[in-house]
Design a protein around this ligand. Structure first.
Ligand code: NDP
Length: 295
């Protein structure tokens, strides 16, 4: 249609949110096609589209990308620099923009600050950890296995806690009793209280995901008890409401990829026809880096 572009997709990125749409944790309207991000080559452009042409490589966020072709508004398509392959872009656009919003938009991270990062080698985590470390933050990571702990260290974590028990006590020990400035928590149900108890007074609890289930209600008094804590539950889509904010985030993300600060780490590739297996893999907690579906 007018103002639209059809893309032949090289890949669709898999995100945890796709599993929430499937299970109904986040309700959707039917008919529904899953998938929130993708990338590929422009095949056709609609009337009035002047800045894109067939053959251009683009990436985008949009609903319904578990497909061979995706049609969406041209002004939400991001033209890829030559250095960034479409499959890599499909792997990191949503997760990398999330890391950007966490580090730069919600509360700009400062050099010398100490942060706690859960799921440090997952889709978002594997971008968040090196990016935060490059800004001069000290990263304390929490993960489930020794193998993942090694990977977290290689990504730039200075300390890694293995296992989800007693995290706050270990954080206090590692920080000489002070606590961290920010806890970036994507695990949710089983981690929220440990995150809150890991913070210094006036620290920030950034609860941005539910990999273990949604967070139980937290009364305001719990924030007072921790020392005037600040809690936020961000959603990426509120940080990219228009083409300008999207371009700003994507610009910083692509610069970080080009400079080698962060890498598109595709840990798993599945044919699109095996999307169900890809969901089982991410829900089992065994994946590392990003997962893509290839049509
Ligand atoms: P990940 O690749 O991080 O996978 C989830 C990881 O969470 C696992 O690998 C595991 O890491 C950890 N985990 C802990 N407990 C469980 C459990 N019970 N089941 C499964 N995993 C568990 O996923 P993503 O990077 O794609 O997403 C992470 C979270 O961030 C999701 O909840 C997602 O919805 C959210 N998110 C939120 C956004 C927003 O805008 N707010 C945007 C993007 C993602 P480990 O073994 O290291 O503990």
């Amino acid at each position: 249609g007018p103002g639209e572009v059809t893309v032949r997709q090289s890949a669709a990125g898999l995100n945890f949110i796709d599993t929430y749409h499937r299970t109904g944790l986040y309700p959707v309207k039917f008919p529904f096609t899953p998938g929130q991000e993708g990338a590929g080559a422009v095949q056709e452009v609609g009337e009035g589209v002047t800045h894109l042409k067939p053959g251009d490589k683009v990436a985008y966020l949009g609903s319904g990308t578990y497909t061979t072709h995706f049609t969406g508004p041209a002004d939400r398509m991001i033209l890829l620099p030559d250095e960034i392959l479409p499959q890599d872009a499909a792997a990191v656009l949503l997760k990398g923009l999330t890391a950007w919003a966490l580090l730069f938009e919600i509360r700009p991270l400062q050099a010398g600050e100490i942060i706690l990062v859960w799921a440090p080698v997952g889709g978002v985590g594997s971008l968040l950890v090196p990016w935060a470390a490059s800004l001069g933050a000290r990263v304390i990571a929490v993960t489930s296995t020794e193998a993942k702990a090694e990977k977290a260290k290689a990504l730039g974590a200075s300390d890694v806690i293995v296992g989800y028990e007693g995290v706050a006590a270990k954080v206090k020990e590692l920080t000489g009793g002070r606590g961290v400035d920010v806890a970036y928590d994507s695990v949710g149900k089983i981690s929220a209280q440990e995150s809150l108890s890991s913070l210094r007074p006036r620290g920030w609890f950034v609860t941005y995901g539910n990999a273990s289930g949604p967070v139980d209600p937290i009364p305001p008094g719990r924030l007072t008890q921790g020392g005037s804590l600040i809690m936020t539950r961000p959603s990426l889509f509120n940080f990219i409401p228009d083409a300008d904010s999207l371009a700003r985030g994507a610009g910083l993300l692509f610069s970080a990829l080009k400079s080698g600060t962060i890498h598109a780490d595709i840990g798993q590739r599945f044919p699109l026809s095996e999307a169900a297996k890809a969901h089982e893999a991410i829900e089992s907690g065994t994946t590392t880096g990003a997962t893509v579906l290839v049509p």
